[in-house]
Design a protein around this ligand. Structure first.
Ligand code: XMP
Length: 319
């Protein structure tokens, strides 16, 4: 009989049998899968678990603080927060090609995670939020060691000299099952049912070179959009929604003054599998509100556009 409670109990027994009294390390991203692993392992092995949360500076508004509030303060999980914004910005300076940005971001994550893991000298296990669809996908796409890591290049790969053994308690579960378990373990519904967020984060939602000033503007615009989607009961009617920063300037007027500021694109899609998607037909009144709020409240943005491109041919992300 499948109930979240049974699965949790079985997983707890299995994890305890596997790792014994060893220390376990987990890269916590704030996404659903790694969050559920953190909550599950915390329940199974308590302080034997240490999570490493890398704040890349490419996260959404207040996201780093929220992750810490939920895990460290609310659940009592041991979390090391690494404030790596300046390292990411330095590594990304002058890099504008999307795939190159992904590589830089992924490699830096591995470096930072590796540094933290090296400090935890008693760690014997690496926990990962691999779920069943990841297993199938990477079995088809890759062979060898690559199948052990999450396919979405969130994590660029495991360090070559890695001596940690893997523990992957969600390996047999589908996403909806992972969500049910997350709720049962006490994770907030907002976290469990949040839209997907790419591993490279805002790094691929700022077109071209990434700059802190761009990321700050984008975070504000994105937060307004998401807040209004919730307020109008539209958040769960779309599959993914976000703002994109366009580093081009456009002319506007405000009061007596002339503005020459950046452009924000708003994207919302409906999809089942993220392989194809249609742009969400959000109400005009709603789009009007978003545009007004962003232009009035985000100093530095003078124009808002709505992306009406389907996938294919356009991808969901702009990069
Ligand atoms: P695209 O843009 O390819 O996106 O239509 C399909 C889904 O994948 C997400 N996405 C990524 N996720 N690392 C990730 O973890 C990435 O580099 C990446 N690129 C796209 C995207 O947000 C959408 O849900």
């Amino acid at each position: 009989l499948w109930t979240a409670g049974h699965i949790i109990n079985d997983s707890i027994q299995a994890v305890r049998a596997k790792v014994g009294s060893d220390a376990v390390i987990l890269g916590l991203s704030g996404g659903v899968d790694s969050s559920v692993v953190a909550a599950l392992l915390h329940k199974a092995i308590g302080t034997q678990l240490t999570c490493v949360f890398v704040d890349t500076g490419l996260l959404r508004l207040h996201e780093g603080d929220q992750v810490m509030a939920i895990f460290a303060e609310h659940l009592g999980v041991k979390v090391i927060r690494v404030n790596a914004e300046s390292r990411y910005l330095a590594a990304l300076a002058g890099v504008s090609d999307p795939e190159q940005k992904r590589k830089v971001i992924g490699n830096l994550f591995v470096d930072i995670f590796d540094e933290e893991a090296a400090k935890l000298t008693d760690a014997r296990w690496l926990a990962q939020g691999t779920i069943y669809p990841d297993v199938i996908e990477s079995a088809g796409a890759k062979s060898g060691k690559a199948h052990l890591i999450k396919s979405h290049h969130n994590v660029g790969g495991l360090p070559e000299n890695m001596t940690l053994k893997l523990v992957e308690p969600l390996r047999e579960l589908f996403k909806d099952e992972v969500r049910k378990i997350g709720l049962e373990l006490g994770l907030p519904a907002e976290m469990v049912f949040r839209h997907p967020f790419p591993g490279p984060g805002l790094g691929v939602r700022i077109l071209g070179e990434v700059k802190k000033s761009y990321a700050d503007l984008l975070r504000q615009a994105d937060a307004i959009f998401i807040e209004e989607l919730y307020r109008h009961d539209l958040y769960h009617k779309v599959s993914q929604a976000f703002a994109v920063f366009l580093p081009v300037k456009s002319v506007g007027v405000m009061g007596d003054g002339r503005r020459y500021d950046y452009v924000i694109a708003i994207r919302a899609v409906e999809t089942i599998d993220f392989m194809t998607a249609r742009w969400a037909h959000l109400p005009y009144e709603f789009l009007d509100l978003i545009s007004r709020r962003i232009i009035n409240e985000v100093a530095g943005i003078s124009r808002v556009t709505y992306d009406i491109s389907g996938k294919p041919p356009a991808t969901i992300e702009w990069e």
